[in-house]
Structure formats: structure tokens, C-alpha cells
Write a protein that binds this ligand. Sequence first.
Ligand code: FES
Length: 235
Amino acid sequence: MTTAPIDDKTYGELREIAARYPEPRSGLLPMLHLVQSVQGRITPEGIEACAAVLDISAAEVSGVATFYTMYKRHPVGDYHVGVCTNTLCAVMGGDEILARLKEHLDIGNDEVAPQRQGDTRTVSLEHIECNAACDFAPVVMVNWEFMDNQTPDSAVQMVEALRTGNEVSSTRGPTLCTWREAERVLAGFPDGRVDDGPTAGEASLAGLQIARERGWSAPDPATVPVPAESKEGDA
Ligand code: FES
């Protein structure tokens, strides 16, 4: 996909994001997402644009953009597929999913699969760390939407559907949108679908369900004894 320039409209939106915060530079993270929504990744032009709007140096912007893994300095696919292989996902099959996708797509970590004849969309693959969704392990993410309880077969079916332009929904509800569309939402420009899908899945609520059945509740903080060490530390 071509890289669109940072034009007047984008500069306006970058300024709009910065103006949301008492300290404009607090808007840098969503501004970088906006750059990715326009250019697909963090480009030198995008870094300069953020620096100009915030009146900070390009080095300061670059320092942030290179720290967080959600910001990409190389192109990704229309659908960026992340496979978690942290402890629980690995135990539950994440390593097998990643190995199978690498083999199926014939790519390594952080690469974009070649577009075949008939493909309408591209897919990239990344080995990611824990996504705090361990109760649905093994977890795959597509443009930061969860695909819970995956298997090597379901992951291959999913990437094939995405490459050939078929609609795919997250296991938690929303239809998967493209990388650039997702990045625009992360920049703070909603797509009107915030309420799609459930707010919490069955596995996340299992503990609450058990507590309710047994009449358990959290202790009143006022009645919880404070350890002596904490009291000394507070003084
Ligand atoms: S270990 Fe995979 S989501 Fe936590």
C-alpha cells in the first residue's frame, strides 16, 4: 500500500489530539497511532510532524516510538497477526500456532506474507508477549482484537479468510478491521463500534460466579490489618 503524505488534514488532526491534554506532549502516543493510520507505520516524516506540532525534538518523538512495540518502523500487513507464546499460551499451544503460521505463510517473525494471486489483503506475523488474556489461552491478536482459544488449524483458517477478503469477527464480537482503521481508533477517532461484542467473557467471570454461588465477598478495606512495615514506611 502506498504511503500517503502527512497533509494539512492530518496536521489538523495531530493538533486536535494534542489539544485534548493539559500538557500537549501527553498526546504523543495517540498522535503516533494517527501517523500509523495514515502511513501504515512510523515514518521519519511522521516523527517530524509530531515533533513540529508538540514543539519537541524529533529525537524525543523517536525515543517514544522506538520504545513501544505497538509502533512499527517497517510495513505490516492489512491484518497484523500476533501470536502470544508467553507462559500460559505456550503451555496451551501458542508455540505450535506460531510455528504453523510461520510455515503456512512462509515468513518469519515481523514479516509480511507475500500477496498471492487472488489475495485482496496482506497479513503479517509477530511473536508477541502476554496480552493479559491468559484465561483464553492460547491467544492470537489481529490488529489488537482478540482471537481467543485458538488452535493451529483455526489460526490458519483465519489468516486464509483474511487474505482472501472474507469477513472475520473477533471471538469477542467485533468484525476485524484493517490495520489502518484500527490505528485511527487508537488515535481517538472512534468508528462507532465501541459496544460491539461482550465486555467480559465467561472465563474472565468464572471466579466472580463461584464467589457469588458461595456467598464470598471482598473484605472491607477498613477492617484489613495494615502490616507494621507498611505503617513505618508511610511515616
Ligand atoms: S500468556 Fe498469553 S495472554 Fe497471557
